[in-house]
Design a protein around this ligand. Structure first.
Ligand SMILES: O=C(O)[C@@H](CO)OP(=O)(O)O
Ligand SMILES: [Mn+2]
Ligand SMILES: [Mn+2]
Length: 552
């Protein structure tokens, strides 16, 4: 193993003050139009930085983030992994594609044990996960491939617990995926001897997919539906979605209430019982960890599970390498090693990381290559500001001020060398599809950055302002070919809830220094951040890190 002790930078001794990285979650650089909440927002500080600080834009999606193709938008996981790891790793979406294409998923122990379990017991094989082709947490192709493979090896009974998306894909697109999966199931059932069906479901922001312990009752609701079969009954997934939409025409997919599918006599068709196997087919960890804990933790106390069924459980990936969650997984996760955080600890540097709950794990767990623990308790300080649990469009300022208050206090204490924070606003409010609230979200971030500038200046520090991917920069869906706004039946622009393919800003605020952007760096992207921070701290980056964005 190569040494974690880095030599000094060849020409720069390091800034005399702190290095601060601000990640403005979901604030990309998009077209100047009426759907761009970032451009529409009044942002005097970001505007000032764009003119007066060395600035460029960074690639934050597709291959630059380790995703299968440049049609894949960026997301927080791959974005923060790239920011914190100094290099681009093939990410879950791609690794699972590969493992399906070369068959290794089906040769792995977890798959074989799951199949063996249900063949022994005659109980169903359960698939749980996000039903879309968003490629942020999951991909429906992966589910389809596993259904075919289960059929091919003679699994008689399958049940699917479908989390409805509308957050990585258009806001009311659920029926596209329902139709696809029902087609796959019908093809398998049609040959005879098989009983494959959907058993429960609900919007991903209402059940099961909470993250960072922001809202455990969400996971409890999912558990009751998927495992216990308790909930409002519908004859089919399609009937559930159509009825729920009729009852509340304003509801968007991610907020659909949970439900179970019942047979003719009103009995749920697929509670998760002893002897069955459960495969959670999301590859991304943040929103998969809590439900995984509910299945695996013998001392679980976050809600009353009732009698815990004795099942074989596996995730698509291992979601947390430190905690070994889950114990079994279908595809090995990217081996993200030698992250910036680890090098800084080895160099004796002290780091501070902070965000509010919704993004707390982004600047800790994702930043550190999907490890929840610290490298060194003495040298690292993490601080979480509890997020609101109400709709973010109602509080678009979120906790930006509180994160900033805490950061300023820490900066003034001069206890740390490197600081990183994430402002959740542009992303969390952007996902609601409410443009005007998103404008305020971006303004809240700008206000906070404005508060940081004089503090960083007084300490002779450097502030790097960037983002992990776009979101608020496109609040209306665009017609692919023409770039015009898509419209709803009433002619108004169709809100967009997902991330974007846009690049993100990169500003270097360094009063008193004469830094310039290194324009020789090819295709600058998020993964150049690692070497940039090391450079500013006077350290030379490991050879395989992508180069610093700062000349010299
Ligand atoms: O909310 C989330 O889970 C994703 C979108 O699926 O957003 P982000 O990657 O910004 O966390
Ligand atoms: Mn993000
Ligand atoms: Mn997001």
């Amino acid at each position: 193993m190569s040494s974690l002790v880095l030599p000094k930078h060849r020409s720069f001794p390091g800034v005399s003050g702190p290095v601060v990285v601000v990640v403005m979650d979901g604030i990309g650089v998009g077209k100047h139009n009426d759907g761009n909440a970032v451009w529409l927002a009044r942002t005097p500080h970001l505007d000032w930085l764009a003119v007066n600080a060395p600035s460029t834009t960074l690639a934050a999606h597709g291959k630059a983030a380790g995703l299968p193709s440049d049609d894949d938008m960026g997301n927080s996981e791959v974005g923060h992994n790239a920011l914190g790891a100094g290099r681009v790793f093939d990410q879950g979406a791609k690794l699972v594609n590969n493992a399906i294409a070369d068959g290794s998923l089906f040769e792995g122990e977890a798959w074989r044990l799951a199949i063996a379990r249900v063949k022994n017991t005659g109980k169903p094989l359960h698939f749980m996960g996000l039903l879309s082709d968003g490629n942020v947490h999951s991909h429906i192709d992966h589910l389809a491939a596993m259904l075919k493979a289960a059929d091919a090896v003679g699994v008689e009974k399958v049940r699917i617990h479908a989390l409805i998306d509308g957050r990585d894909v258009p806001q009311t697109s659920a029926l596209t995926y329902v139709e696809r999966i029902e087609r796959e199931l019908a093809a398998i059932n049609g040959k005879g001897g098989r009983d494959y069906r959907v058993a429960s479901g609900g919007g991903r922001m209402k059940i099961t997919m909470d993250r960072y312990e922001a809202d455990w009752p969400m996971v409890e609701r999912g558990w009751r539906l998927h495992v216990r079969g308790e909930g409002r009954g519908f004859p089919s997934l399609e009937a559930a979605i159509k009825t729920l939409r009729e009852e509340d025409p304003a509801v968007i997919d991610q907020n659909l209430p949970g439900f179970v599918i019942v047979d003719g006599s009103g009995k749920p068709v697929g509670p998760i019982e002893d002897g069955s196997a459960v495969l959670f087919f999301n590859f991304r960890g943040d929103r998969a960890i809590e439900i995984t804990r509910a299945f695996e933790d013998p001392h679980f106390d976050k809600f009353d599970r009732g009698p815990k069924p004795d099942v074989f459980y596996a995730g698509m990936m291992q979601y947390d390498g430190d905690l070994q969650l889950p114990k079994r997984f279908l595809v090995p996760p990217p081996a993200i090693d030698r992250t910036l955080g680890e090098y800084l600890v080895a160099a004796g540097k002290r780091s501070y990381a902070s965000s509010e709950t919704q993004k707390y794990g982004h600047v800790t767990y994702f930043w550190n290559g999907n490890r929840s623990g610290k490298f060194d308790d003495a040298r690292e300080t993490y601080f979480e500001v509890p997020s609101d649990t109400l709709p973010f469009e109602e509080r678009p300022w979120m906790k930006a001020s509180e994160i900033t208050d805490a950061l300023i206090a820490q900066l003034k204490s001069q206890k740390h060398d490197f600081y990183r924070i994430n402002y959740a606003n542009g992303d969390m409010v952007g996902h609601t599809g409410v443009r005007d609230a998103s404008i305020m979200a971006v303004e809240a971030v700008d206000l906070s950055i404005g508060r940081l500038l004089p503090v960083v200046k007084a300490l002779n520090g450097v502030l790097l302002v960037t983002a992990d991917h776009g979101n608020a920069d496109e609040m209306y869906e665009l017609v692919k070919k023409t770039g015009a706004f898509e419209t709803l039946a009433d002619g108004s622009p169709k809100p967009k809830t997902s991330h974007t393919l846009n690049p993100v800003p990169f500003h270097v605020y360094a009063p008193g220094y004469t830094f310039a952007i290194d324009t020789t760096v090819q295709k600058p992207g998020l993964a150049n951040m690692g070497a940039t921070v090391l450079h500013l701290l006077g350290l030379s980056a490991p050879e395989d890190y992508l180069p610093s964005l700062i000349a010299g």
